[in-house]
Structure formats: C-alpha cells, structure tokens
Design a protein around this ligand. Structure first.
Ligand SMILES: NC(=O)C1=CN([C@@H]2O[C@H](COP(=O)(O)OP(=O)(O)OC[C@H]3O[C@@H](n4cnc5c(N)ncnc54)[C@H](OP(=O)(O)O)[C@@H]3O)[C@@H](O)[C@H]2O)C=CC1
Ligand SMILES: CC(C)CCC[C@@H](C)[C@H]1CC=C2C3=C(CC[C@@]21C)[C@@]1(C)CC[C@H](O)C(C)(C)[C@@H]1CC3
Length: 586
C-alpha cells in the first residue's frame, strides 16, 4: 500500500504542467490508486500531480539558494542574462514562451489533468488588491516595485535545480505531424509552387476568370531567363549586404533551449530607405522597372530555383546541427516532412541569420519593388500619364503595411515563426516566392485589368484600410506593451485574467472584443487591398483568401498552445471573450 509523502493541507511547491516552473500549492487530497495528488494553485487552478512533480518548500528553497550561489561563483559580476534580454519581451515571458515551446513538442513525461475549479476575473486594480488574500495575485506582485525581479529570478534559478532539469535534447522528436503528415507535405510541396504559377499565368491574361483556365499556357523556354536569374541573385546579395551593415541596434532574441540567446541586427528600416535610394538612382539612370512585369514568370521561376537550392542546403547543413539547435516541429525523422518543415531553428553563417533575413528582407522589399514596377507597367500598358487611383491605393496601402513591419522589426523575434518554426522549404518558399509573387497579385492584376474608382469608393477604401490598420497596430502594440510591462500607464487600465504561469491575459479593450483583434485588423486591410480591383475576378482576392485561411489555422494552433499553457485561465478568457477573430462568430 503506497503511502503519501505529503499530507493534506501541506503547502508545497508544485510543478506547472509541461514546464520547469514551480509554484506554491496546497495539497487537497491523495489518490492511493492513481498515486496522484490533487493540489490547488493560488489562482484557484486544481491539478493532479505526480509525487515527482512536487517538492517540499524547504528543499525547494535550499535548491534555489544553492543554485544561486553556484551561478554567482561561476560568473562573478556577470549581469543576469534574464535582465538584459531582448527588449521585445520581458525575460519572465520569454522563459515561459520557451517552456511553452518545449511543452508543445518535447513530449514531457508529465501527465496532469486540468480541473478548473475556482475562476476569478481580475477586474480592477483595487478590487484585485482587496482580493489578494491568500490567492496568487499576479497583478499586485508586478506592481510591487521589485516583485517582478523576484519572480523572474526564481524562475531562472528554478531551471537550474537538479529535479527540474529539462529533458535531454536527444529526447526531441516530432511526433505530432502537421499538414497531413508526410503525404500531405509531399503534395503541398508540389501544389504550392504550381498554384502560384497558375495564379501568375491567369493574372497576366486578359480574361483572368477562372473559367478561362488553363488558357494560353506559356512555352517552357519562356519560363527561364539567365539574366533574370542574375538579377534575382544580385537582389539577394544587395539585401544581404544591407542587413549586415553595422547600423541599427543589436538586440537579443528569445532564449533558446540551451539557455543561450542570439543577437540580431535590427536595421530593416534603414535598409528600406537605402533600397529606395538605389531604386531612385536606377530610375534616374533610365532604368525601366516595367521589365519586372514583362518577365514576371521568369522572376518567379528564378526565385523558385533559389528556394529549392536553399532548402536543400538548409536540410544538408542541419545534419551537422546539434540536437538543441533543431526546431521542435521539424525533427520527425521523415526526410520529406523535415525537409518541408525545416530541421534547424536558426540556421546561421557566422552572424548572418538566414531565417530572420529571408523572413523580413528580400521578400518584403521585393513586394514593394514589384508593386512599384507594376505601377510603371500600368502607365506604360494603358498609356497613362499618372497611375490609376486603384493602383495608387494598392501601392500606398501595402507600402504602409511593409513600412510598419520594418518599423516594428524586432517584434518579429517573439513570433512563432522565429521562436518555434524550423527553416525549411515551407518558410523559404513562403518568404522568397509566396510573399513577393502573390502579395502583389492586386497590382499585377491591375496592369491589364483597369478598374475605375469613384470618389466615394476611394474614401470608403481609405477609411477601411485606416480602420483595419488602427485595429491591427493598436492590438499588437497593446499586447506587446503589456507583456513588456503590465504596469505601463498605456495598458495598466486594462482588465486582465491572472494565470498560474505568472502572465495575465488582457480581457478588455480590443482583446476583450475578440480573441485575435490583430488578425481582424489584418483581414480588414486585406479586404481594402483587394476591393480596388473590382468584382470581376477572383485573382485579386487571392491574398485575402490566403490570409483568412492562414490566420484561421494560426488562430487554432495558437489557441491550442494557449489552452495548454494557461489551462483554466484560458477557458475563462474564452468564456469572457467568446469570439475568435470576427465579432459575432464563435
Ligand atoms: N499577412 C500575413 O501573411 C501574416 C500576418 N500576421 C500578423 O502578424 C501579427 C502577429 O501574429 P501572431 O504572432 O500569429 O499572433 P499574436 O501576435 O496574436 O500572438 C498570439 C499570442 O499572444 C498572446 N495572447 C493571446 N491572447 C492574449 C491576451 N488576451 N492577452 C495577452 N496576450 C495574449 C499569447 O502568447 P503569450 O501569452 O505567450 O504572450 C498568444 O500565443 C498579427 O497581426 C497577424 O495578423 C501573421 C502571420 C501572417
Ligand atoms: C502557403 C505558404 C507557404 C505559407 C507561407 C506563410 C508565410 C508567407 C507567412 C507566415 C507568416 C508570415 C509573416 C510575415 C510575412 C509572411 C509570412 C512569412 C511578416 C513577417 C510580414 C511583416 C509583418 O509586419 C509581420 C507581422 C512581422 C509578419 C509576420 C508573419
């Protein structure tokens, strides 16, 4: 008959599921059969924990002070990494984000069942302070001067405790396959490039209706041009050189599995300005940008070849990557799957981060350049003295979005694409081929399909894009500011739900309206980018369709992770804010 090591009513330290973080919990009961303890966290979450996930307060405190003195003696005078980390997020959050990533893919041995019992919506500062009592009041801790540091230190130190050692890297194996597994990604790998090619062929035809497909298939030799390939290579090289310029700040990314952080040069905005200058000079020298329109298919096939070669290089080099440099989602052992998803998380050549570079630079800059080239091509093809209002709107709206992206470049470092996803065919194709050749679908379409816009429509579209942008920017900035410092006056008025991980969820304002207001803003903008092209064809709506599909899928993926991470607090959030992306739609 097994005996319980901890007694009912004992206050002990309990591991939070899937993480290496320990919180004070009270033992409620012990089940002799399952050998599980039911414990209650201070936020009211009840869990069943194994004995190995519980430690007594005394042992825990000894462990913390031991590891503290160990780390001090190892690196005297060295500043704590966690305090000087990326400005993108606080290290407290960084820590839980990495933990979340581990939790998702490392198949930890923890088996816990979440049993939401008491739920509490944190309403106002005063109210939550009154309620603080015995409960875990996160809001209050953060507001208590050094409270944040204490909490942060404890978590950092906790990771060095022997009993909370993360699973060894060799245990990492991707078992949950996405996109239909091996067969799914195999088809996607061929379907995606072909679908984009079809879009480009169709968008360039006079009759771009889907019924006319597959008309006028281009001759094979017209898909390739060595000069175009050379231009694409030069473009990549030029952007790579700009990204390496020692201007702009150096920031640290999120902590990796091995506890290290990588440095990133944030100079995208300068690179955009320099690119604009270079294009200006080229035009002044009588360069004709409409060349891009005339050779659009060849530019695409050149990009596709580079994508393929780069993906092969990335896959081969990942063989030499250490286990802790691998992405949790791209290490299934199946060649096709891992090639598609990407094995290595942050492939680098010295300080040059290939993923970060591809994600932001050649594709996004290329998008703006191609749009501008389409504007010139439109004037040439339609004998216009000035670009059409539709073309101008599309160019300006999208330029605003790209400029915004570069202005907030460092925030990308906290996104799942950088923190979690490997760099393989999917992202390489997405960044270098999909973004520049499909996000430009409206401008490309307008070159051969003019669409008149009335003043009313123009004003409506400007308003729509403005509203979308406001929601998108405000939601993203609010979340970012809140994660950085919840006491920031700009966000401290927001109502929140505390969670047992130490992070709160915003439940008022935009984040109290729908659960992903930033996606909603993005979608409204996507609509404002397509409508200038009229309603004759589906081609200009390709971006909108892609965006909705991607964001709905991303939303599901994110919610799955948030539910695992925040447990009952996430359910509470979902109850308080029932709509996912669109108001009125669950
Ligand atoms: N045009 C395009 O092709 C694409 C555009 N985008 C845009 O990029 C932007 C960022 O998107 P993405 O990174 O996917 O997602 P989000 O920026 O929405 O990040 C989701 C994370 O936010 C945190 N969070 C969720 N709800 C709350 C809340 N109520 N309060 C506080 N924190 C919360 C959670 O992380 P935690 O709690 O750990 O902080 C969650 O994991 C969006 O605007 C999106 O539209 C994205 C993909 C493609
Ligand atoms: C079907 C395809 C192969 C799917 C590819 C998806 C990618 C094109 C997108 C996934 C997430 C992206 C983001 C941006 C660009 C498109 C991809 C790579 C982004 C960097 C653009 C600039 C923005 O400001 C952003 C919010 C930083 C975007 C982040 C996500």
């Amino acid at each position: 008959m097994p005996t319980a090591r901890f007694q009912i009513g004992d206050t002990v330290m309990g591991r939070w599921p899937g993480s290496n973080l320990y919180y004070e919990v009270k033992v409620l009961s012990y089940d002799n059969k399952t050998r599980l303890y039911t414990v209650i966290y201070k936020d009211g979450t009840e869990l069943e924990l194994k004995e190995s996930d519980i430690t007594s307060l005394t042992i825990f405190k000894q462990g913390v002070s031991r590891s503290r003195s160990r780390s001090r003696s190892r690196s005297p005078g060295r500043p704590r990494r966690s305090r000087s980390r990326s400005p993108a997020r606080t290290s407290r959050q960084s820590s839980s984000r990495t933990t979340d990533v581990r939790k998702e893919k490392l198949k930890e041995a923890l088996e816990v069942r979440l049993t939401p019992v008491v739920k509490r919506l944190e309403k106002t500062e005063t109210e939550s302070e009154n309620q603080a009592g015995g409960r875990y009041n996160l809001r209050r801790r953060k507001d208590q001067g050094d409270g944040k540091t204490v909490e942060l230190e404890q978590k950092t130190e906790t990771e060095t405790l022997p009993q909370t050692k993360p699973p060894t890297a060799s245990a990492i194996k991707t078992t949950d396959l996405e996109f239909g597994g091996r067969v799914g990604v195999f088809f996607l790998m061929f379907l995606l490039p072909v679908a984009v090619l079809a879009l480009l062929i169709l968008g360039g035809q006079k009759d771009a209706s889907l019924q006319s497909f597959p008309l006028e298939l281009p001759a094979l030799q017209s898909l390739w041009d060595c000069q175009v390939f050379g231009i694409v290579l030069l473009w990549l090289l030029f952007q790579a050189v700009l990204s390496l310029l020692p201007v702009g700040k150096l920031v640290e990314g999120m902590p990796l599995k091995n506890g290290k952080t990588l440095k990133y040069r944030i100079n995208g905005f300068y690179a955009l300005l320099l690119t604009a200058v270079a294009v200006g000079v080229a035009m002044y020298q009588e360069g004709d940008l409409s060349y891009i329109h005339a050779h659009f298919l060849q530019f695409y096939t050149s990009a596709l070849l580079i994508v393929t070669l780069l993906s092969i290089y990335l896959f081969i080099r990942s063989r030499w990557a250490s286990e802790d440099e691998l992405a949790p989602g791209g290490n299934s052992g199946y060649i096709i799957y891992d090639f598609f998803m990407g094995r290595e998380l942050n492939p680098r050549i010295k300080n040059f981060d290939i993923k970060f570079f591809c994600e932001m630079r050649p594709g996004l800059m290329g998008w703006v350049l191609i749009n501008f080239a389409m504007l010139q091509a439109e004037m040439k093809h339609q004998n216009l003295e000035n670009p059409s209002p539709a073309m101008l709107l599309v160019n300006i709206f999208q330029l605003l979005w790209v400029v915004d992206g570069f202005w907030h470049e460092e925030k990308l470092l906290t996104m799942m694409d950088i923190v979690y996803d490997g760099f393989g065919f999917m992202l390489t194709f997405g960044d270098l081929a999909f973004v520049p050749f499909t996000f430009t679908c409206q401008a490309y379409y307008l070159v051969s399909h003019p669409n008149e816009l009335s003043a009313f429509w123009i004003i409506t579209l400007i308003t729509m894009n403005g509203v979308g942008y406001y929601i998108f920017r405000k939601a993203n900035s609010q979340k970012f500011a809140f994660r950085k410092n919840p006491s920031d006056p700009a966000v401290s008025h927001l109502k929140t739900i505390p969670t047992a991980t130490g992070e709160s969820l915003i439940v008022s304002g935009l984040w109290g309206w729908v659960r992903h207001p930033n996606y909603l803003g993005d979608i409204i903008m996507g609509l404002a980018w397509s409508l200038p092209c009229g309603f004759n064809h589906l081609i200009p709506y390709f971006y909108l369709i892609y965006l909705i599909t991607l964001l709905v899928h991303r939303n599901a993926r994110d919610e799955h992770q948030c539910r695992k991470k925040y447990g009952s607090a996430w359910d509470e959030y979902c109850k308080a804010v029932p709509y996912r992306i669109f108001p009125g739609i669950y």
